[in-house]
Unconditional design. Structure first.
Length: 287
């Protein structure tokens, strides 16, 4: 049984008004435990609306969302349970920090779970370790932290609830290259250590290509593609037709192919590109 299963999922905003808009339209999708799924699509394609249904923030206009085979909206208590099991980190999560100290901010979710003080403390330290926040920062106000540190604290606050599904909406937006790499590495480490299912919504095709084991492409409120990075990125022209970019490695491979170089058109990472040029086999994911 899939961990997450979506059937006929439809969401319409402003129903019955002149502003009525179908954001997602009869989507069917299964997500297995432990998958790292990259979600891509142009602005307005429906991907952000979709992910907000997975932890019951939005209720479907039609269709169902199942977690472990049970409807997440079957009761109020079920919705509450799902929000602890499916963690959602919005774009610029640091804007949601509000407590006096880093420790209290990370503790907010576990406290709402009504855990013991000992369990809360253990989870805070565990989550902080995953994202690279040292104990020395626990009593510091989040206001005093750098942008990258604030984002780590916000992510730790979600991780401290130990979600089985962790969803990130444009996780690396606004970060410098070093900050981007560090946070992506943190997330990979968390997934490897816990077996959590990870969904990463991103406009960075290079990040998605390096990390995801599966890619789901949204277009006009529907799923246009669903497959491995190889399967998706070899359809480069179709992606461009949806106003999406392709990874830089794919662009280089296509340019080389046009110049007569015998190289696979499904290349999607720099490491894979190097191996393809040398005639070696495809490289492994970096996550």
């Amino acid at each position: 049984m899939p961990l997450v299963s979506v059937r006929g999922l439809t969401h319409v905003y402003s129903v019955g008004t002149p502003f009525e808009k179908v954001a997602i339209d009869h989507i069917d999708l299964d997500i297995e435990k432990g998958e790292f799924v990259g979600i891509i699509g142009h602005t307005g394609s429906g991907k952000s609306t979709f992910i907000q249904h997975l932890n019951a923030l939005l209720k479907p206009t039609e269709g169902t969302v199942l977690l472990d085979g049970r409807d997440i909206h079957e009761s109020r208590s079920r919705e509450r349970e799902v929000r602890f099991r499916v963690g959602l980190v919005f774009q610029y999560p640091e804007h949601q920090l509000f407590e006096e100290t880093v420790y209290k901010d990370i503790a907010f979710g576990p406290k709402n779970m009504k855990l013991s003080d000992e369990e809360i403390d253990m989870r805070i330290r565990e989550a902080a370790g995953f994202v690279g926040i040292s104990d020395e920062l626990f009593e510091v106000s989040p206001i005093e932290l750098s942008g990258g540190q604030k984002r780590r604290v916000a992510i730790a606050g979600v991780i401290a609830m130990r979600p089985e599904v962790l969803i990130f909406d444009e996780l690396t937006a606004g970060l410098d290259p070093q900050g981007r790499e560090e946070i992506l590495k943190n997330i990979c480490n968390y997934g490897s250590a816990t077996g959590a299912t990870i969904l990463l919504v991103s406009h960075s095709m290079d990040d998605i290509a390096r990390l995801a084991s599966r890619i789901v492409v949204f277009s006009e409120g529907k799923i246009a593609m669903d497959g491995t990075p190889t399967e998706v990125f070899k359809r480069a022209e179709e992606l461009r037709g949806m106003n999406l970019e392709v990874p830089k490695a794919t662009e280089i491979a296509l340019a080389l192919k046009e110049r007569g170089v015998d190289i696979s058109e499904s290349v999607y990472t720099i490491k894979f590109l190097r191996k393809a040029i040398l005639g070696e086999t495809e490289g492994e994911r970096e996550c």
